[in-house]
Design a protein around this ligand. Structure first.
Ligand code: AMP
Length: 542
């Protein structure tokens, strides 16, 4: 027997109309490419999104068509999120940090019909515009009087002029909630990038999920700063969750350095921020060097890569900011787990609490997870046994967009490629990634642990740990490290730093100092490239 309740579909346009009706005056603030700070409210967002939806329709784009963006975090990008997804099109956010050939490949694979871009990315568009035959409109998102001249791009259009010419009357269609609304290609550190296609339903459910108190806990009393890019898994869903909760949003635009981020946090009274560890490291360096304090920030979501213990110490002890360590993937919308204490942990001493908070955390309702061994059998949740992490749920991927490969699911579960433990309380902890795993004599060694120890050394700026072939142990870890300026740290001193921090057999066999470690487009260490650079390396024989 079916329930007798209404079945309104969960739609992106529903988030926008709710925001327009219930918190129309909540602000959306953006640092712009133009250099100034722009302010408007959800009512303005809704008004302009309707004009934009009319534009997409009047251009003759069809429901289901992909609309590309190459843009920083800002209000125009948010308008594209809602106009694209709300009208049944697919807003396809593209990572501008990829190389131009890869960007063109992604646009062609997605068959984008239009491309909206910030002026910053004009040089990329100049290189690729004649290689992307499906794109019929190239649109610069800049004030009309700042349009660049002589770009060499035929028919280049201006966002503000296009919007001004459209009617503000538009009725959002009542779509099937499984209709696609957004798209993001994975970072592409291995092989060709793969497209993840979000639905209205998955995005709305994810927005509900991440707003919960044990997750990001955002509300109409917060001001949130998503430093995590809108081109990287929808800025972790913040633009949707903010509309759902009436949260004041502040977008950092192109200025992501420590000083700019700090100034925005202070000038806009930010209470909650979200970003990857690299960004927070830049912020902390700036604050440490200038002896600064936060006056309003009370929590920060750190994810995308493991949060080093030293970073939790800095935020919590020096700056009184709670760290919310989160794990997720492009394929999981992205939030899967987040670490907050349970009631029974509140009496623990700070060190014991920190141990828990350093884990990637508990699953959000909507994400089921398990760990399995090499034989596919489920492993115990004892906090010690590590296995391949598998997830499933209504905001987890079912298949990649036109990949030509079979669905990645195994018995309905998505294999994350991460290796993790899960403890009795349900806290998941990543110990490594399948592609990076170092297996020595049949035992796992966590490259993440070894990297964390290295960067905790006061003279190490950055470190990456990779496995190299060994005749007896199969693989052994070596550490590639960048010294801080002026340091004369030696290999022996750094190896000695590992004594008593890990088991003897886990200590790296060698240290190679380099000037720079290669990074992928999303700032992650590019271990494949590193392995390639070190392919002629031989382990020391003594
Ligand atoms: P992406 O799809 O580019 O967001 O990358 C997802 C991958 O980043 C995950 O599968 C993990 O390997 C890694 N990752 C994300 N969050 C964390 C975290 N908190 N700790 C460790 N690794 C993480």
């Amino acid at each position: 027997m079916l329930g007798l309740m209404q079945t309104q579909p969960l739609l992106i346009s529903g988030l926008l109309t709710f925001a327009e009706c219930h918190h129309s005056d909540a602000e959306i603030i953006s640092r712009r490419v133009e250099g100034d700070i722009h302010r408007y409210a959800y009512a303005d967002l809704a008004r302009r999104a309707r004009r934009l939806a009319n534009l997409l329709q009047n251009w003759g784009t069809e429901p289901g068509d992909r609309i590309g963006t190459l843009a920083w975090n800002g209000y125009r990008h948010m308008e594209l999120y809602y106009a694209g997804g709300g009208s049944g099109r697919v807003t396809h956010t593209i990572n501008p940090r990829l190389i131009p050939d890869q960007i063109a490949w992604i646009i062609n694979h997605a068959e984008d019909q239009a491309l909206f871009f910030d002026l910053t990315f004009l040089p990329i568009v100049q290189l690729i515009h004649d290689k992307c035959p499906t794109v019929k409109h190239w649109v610069v998102m800049i004030d009309a009087d700042r349009m660049p001249a002589d770009t060499g791009i035929p028919g280049l259009e201006n966002y503000e002029e296009l919007l001004a010419a459209q009617s503000g009357d538009y009725e959002w269609p009542e779509l099937d909630e499984n209709t696609a609304c957004g798209m993001c290609y994975t970072s592409g550190t291995t092989g060709r990038p793969k497209g993840v296609l979000y639905s209205n339903r998955s995005s709305v459910l994810h927005a509900y999920g991440i707003s919960l108190p044990d997750v990001i806990n955002i509300s109409s009393r917060d001001s949130i700063l998503p430093v995590v890019p809108m081109f990287h898994v929808n800025a972790w869903g913040v633009p949707y969750a903010a509309a759902l909760t009436g949260t004041r949003v502040v977008f950092p635009g192109p200025a992501l350095d420590g000083k700019s981020v700090y100034e925005l946090i202070e000038s806009e009274g930010i209470t909650c921020a979200a970003g990857v560890p690299t960004v927070w490291q830049m912020l902390l360096n700036h604050m440490d060097a200038n002896k600064l304090k936060f006056s309003t920030l009370n929590r920060t979501v750190i994810g995308g890569a493991a949060c080093p213990p030293a970073m939790i110490d800095a935020f919590e002890e020096r700056y009184d900011v709670r760290v919310l360590h989160a794990w997720g993937m492009t394929e999981t919308s992205p939030v899967g787990t987040l670490s907050t204490l349970k009631n029974k942990h509140l009496e623990l001493d700070p060190e014991a609490q920190k141990k828990i908070l350093l884990k990637q955390g508990r699953a959000v309702f909507g994400v089921d997870m398990k760990i399995v061994g090499g034989d596919g059998k489920e492993l115990p949740h004892d906090g010690r046994t590590a296995g391949s992490l598998m997830v499933k749920g209504p905001w987890v991927i079912e298949d990649y967009f036109r990949s030509g490969d079979p669905s990645p699911l195994v018995d309905g579960w998505f294999p994350t490629g991460d290796i993790a433990t899960i403890d009795e309380d349900g806290y998941m902890q990543i110990t490594d990634r399948t592609k990076d795993v170092i297996k020595s004599g049949g035992e796992w060694i966590s490259s993440i642990d070894l990297e964390n120890i290295a960067v905790a050394h006061p003279e190490v700026a950055e470190a990456a740990c990779i496995g190299v072939k060994h005749p007896k142990w199969d693989e052994r870890p070596i550490l590639v490290a960048v010294k801080k300026p002026g340091s004369d740290l030696t290999r022996e001193e750094l190896l000695a730093f590992y004594q008593d921090k890990v088991a003897k057999w886990q200590i790296p066999d060698d240290v190679i100092f380099v000037d720079e470690i290669p990074h992928g487009a999303t700032g992650k260490l590019l271990k494949i490239k590193l392995r390639d650079l070190l392919k002629d390396y031989r382990l020391p024989t003594t």
